[in-house]
Design a protein around this ligand. Sequence first.
Ligand code: GAP
Length: 464
Amino acid sequence: MEKDRKIDKVVNLAKRRGFIFPSSEIYGGLNSIYDYGPLGVELKNNLKKAWWDFMLARPDIVGLDSAILAHPQIWEASGHLEGFSDPLVDCKKCKSRFRADHLLAVQKKGIKPDFGKSKPKDKKKISCPSCGGELTEVRQFNLMFKTFMGPVEDSAGQIYLRPETAQGIYVNFLNSKEAMRLKIPFGIAQIGKAFRNEITTENFIFRMREFEQMEMQYFVDGQNNKQIFENFKKLRYDWYLSLGIDKENLRFRDHAKDELAHYASQATDIEYKFDFAGDGGFKELEGIHDRGDWDLSRHQKFSGQKMSLTDDQGREFVPQIIETSGGVDRAALAFLLDAYTEIEGGRSTTTESKKEKEVVLRLDKRLAPIKIAILPLSKKENLTAKARQIYQLLSAAYRLQYDETGSIGKRYRRQDEIGTPYCLTVDFDSLEDNQVTIRDRDSMAQERVSSNELKAYFQEKFSL
Ligand code: GAP
């Protein structure tokens, strides 16, 4: 295994500092399922809020929260029952299981994983990456999780956990349009859980079996899809940059014709340079898809409900869809990796910290789980009482952490490691002059601010 991978350090930090835990750990864990800890849930909520505000700030986009369980016919109409499968191969010797397209991509550089749902052209030339053994023929494996509704476990009660949030939007297209008196073009945004029984799960929260999506479906009349598609590509790319992702680590990748999903007429991935990935490290973060009228036409056909509209010229048309589809977890991972910085030899001035490597998580202020740490210089009652007073003052507006244990240098480093933008220290002078010291995570600049002005001070610091 490659040494010093950033992902390994982030996994370690995430567990140790309460961002992300392996799920059901006391029972040995559950493959590719993760739980978000006290800091992780804050990060994830901040990330979802940033996306939600970005979408809902537009007058032409409304929100939705549809159910995870849905009528099974939805998955027939959407094509998921028939086509949402991956090519699976097993090793005859060690019984390991792989996605055939991933194997081809890894072992035969230069061969495109382009066979999608069919047999790999070069299967004979590939072998088990674990033991070199011979592989079985390719079988198709449907990725949807099944469950049963009602007391009887028979095929009549069989339903599925949704593999994407998008379909919940399509089947609420008419309801939303009518209730909100919307006119084409308009969008519906939704954040929610999705489930896929992935064959190969990999790299921490990059590919999970239970994950969250943030999807926006923009309904158009089909007259200028190219322009709308290009606009959303740029808007979504810029959104990642605006929240601090380094431009060097972000790129577009257009899908080749033979790689397009069954519903898409054009598609682009926004890719992030995940350090664990091949092909220069870039892997999908979010997809922008032109889905044409596939979805509403199919739902019209399967439900019998009329989905078409009539334009000002009297032309009847089934609305087409431009989709932006991102993963909350994948974005959280990208933001964590991008923010993770190690400073060899340390940057603090205290003698104890000089020799050590320091970690700073340079998360955007909007994403940081803890906004301000409140640190009384000592555990003396008069200092802690004042620090607690300040905690009370700021706690309604900001997520805070109170810490009175260890040296101040150690406490600063604990906060740097979890990305807290500001540390506020109450010292003995504070008792005299009613001022506190505020330290900036990135510049380490310190300034004295009156306790009476703290609300206004942080309001300015956290304003956009
Ligand atoms: N509605 C279209 C759709 O679902 P997708 O490319 O299959 O498209 C969209 O998924 C996004 O969802 C991906 O770009 C990725 O960020 C996230 N995603 C998909 N499968 C995932 C998984 N198994 N684990 C974590 N995130 C996943």
